[in-house]
Design a protein around this ligand. Structure first.
Ligand SMILES: [Zn+2]
Length: 418
């Protein structure tokens, strides 16, 4: 029998090493020290060891190893929701460029030669944004306070520009507007880099709609700003790249919503992305509405179970991503929230527009549908049923029923057959 035949296949050799080492986590910690923090905090989310895979935010608290015994050494992160196998993870960590390389490195690490094993030097993880300190948070809170102190209610005589913005969109304001206010002259700063130095400079002061993201205790966690022209359009200015933007919020602000409208005694809550869509949905339903900043803020969004029984989720219908072979982010993240809220004991309804979005033309969202199809001119009691005819599957409901499903259900069932 030749030498190579006597040798176990690499895969079995590694399995043997893993067994003797007391499991995958011990092996991973030795060959890939950058993963040690995640191993030390097994079962909890830690900052992603691969921040380059993340955009702003850098994967804070997002990375974790599986807690299932038969999945030991597998890991998941918001940047890789399908998760890594042990080998893929070690390739990602730079231990080797392929399966065979990784196996060889593991063998080297546990070969027990005279020389103590030293793991390959992994590139120091570069955080795009360092975790903020208490001092940073105090500075952010102070700068937000500076804005908040000058806000006017949108009903104020000096807030006409703000009201005009909503009216132009076909969703005129009324007294129910919630944590959405007006700033008559909000500074817009831009940052440019000159000789590798970041320079923050004032572009100008503009009227703005300012909405507050608050946590469950009512604390302002961040502000969203829509900069406007003096005649009530979204600001179009050569030096303003983002007329709609958030401030630099307090930690974990992104899971807090803007209270667009809070209707006393209303046990039904509507949730969507974005301030204007949120207001359109209040006009459609006359009920309470919370808006998330973006689709990625939807999973984990704070909803108070004491306050609401029924939740209607108004998703964006984003195009299928050919590259990642995944459904669009708007509906995918909203579906995650659907599952979370169902588990938390809410009766939930998911409304995805029955559109055919493409990369070139996203198609109408719920605000567009409400405005273009003159839903606000219909009798209040007919509007939701009408919008169900514009939703995929006529809206998806949790099996426990939903206040929104009771009305005209038979009629809709017949309409679907026809
Ligand atoms: Zn990650």
């Amino acid at each position: 029998m030749s030498d190579s035949q006597k040798r176990l296949p690499l895969k079995d050799e590694v399995a043997d090493i893993v067994k003797h080492a007391g499991g995958w986590l011990n092996v991973i910690e030795r060959v890939a020290p950058i993963l040690a923090p995640a191993i030390r905090h097994h079962g909890h989310g830690v900052d992603c060891p691969f921040p380059e895979r993340h955009r702003e935010g850098g994967g804070r608290d997002s990375f974790r190893f599986s807690e299932k015994a038969d999945h030991e050494g597998r890991a998941i992160c918001s940047c890789n929701q399908d998760g890594w196998s042990q080998f893929d993870l070690l390739i990602q960590a730079g231990v080797g460029s392929n399966f065979v390389d990784v196996c060889k490195e593991i063998k080297r690490a546990f070969g027990g030669g005279s020389e103590a094993y030293k793991a390959k030097e992994a590139p120091a993880p570069k955080r795009q944004r360092p975790r903020s300190t208490a001092e940073d948070n105090a500075i952010k809170a102070a700068s937000m306070k500076q804005i908040v102190k000058d806000l006017l209610p949108l009903g104020h005589p000096d807030a006409a520009v703000g009201r005009l913005y909503f009216r132009r969109r076909g969703i005129p304001l009324n007294k129910a507007i919630g944590d959405v206010k007006f700033h008559p002259a909000l500074p817009y700063y831009r940052t440019r880099v000159e000789n590798k130095v970041r320079i923050k400079e004032l572009v100008g002061r503009f009227p703005a709609i300012v909405s507050a993201f608050r946590n469950g205790q009512g604390r302002v966690m961040n502000l969203h700003r829509i900069f406007l022209t003096q005649d009530g359009f979204k600001l179009d200015h050569p030096l303003v790249s983002k007329p709609k933007k958030v401030c630099s919020g307090l930690d974990n602000w992104s899971k807090t919503p803007v209270a667009i409208a809070t209707v006393p005694e209303c046990r039904t809550l509507h949730i969507c992305e974005g301030v204007e869509k949120g207001w359109a949905l209040h006009l459609v339903t006359g009920e309470s509405v919370r808006a998330a900043n973006s689709c990625t803020s939807l999973p984990g969004l704070y909803v108070n179970r004491d306050e609401f029984d029924d939740v209607v989720l108004w998703a964006d219908h984003d195009p299928y991503n050919e590259v990642s072979e995944k459904h669009g982010a708007g509906q995918t993240y909203m579906y995650k929230l659907f599952i979370e809220l169902m588990r938390a004991g809410f009766r939930v309804c998911l409304m995805i527009p029955d559109t055919n979005p493409t990369k070139e033309a996203k198609g109408p969202d719920w605000e567009d549908i409400a405005v273009n199809e003159k839903v606000l001119e219909m009798p209040l009691t007919e509007r939701f049923d009408y919008l169900r005819t514009r939703a995929l599957e006529g809206g998806v409901f949790t099996p426990t029923g939903h206040v929104k499903k009771i009305s005209k259900e038979t009629f809709l069932a017949e309409a679907k057959v026809a």
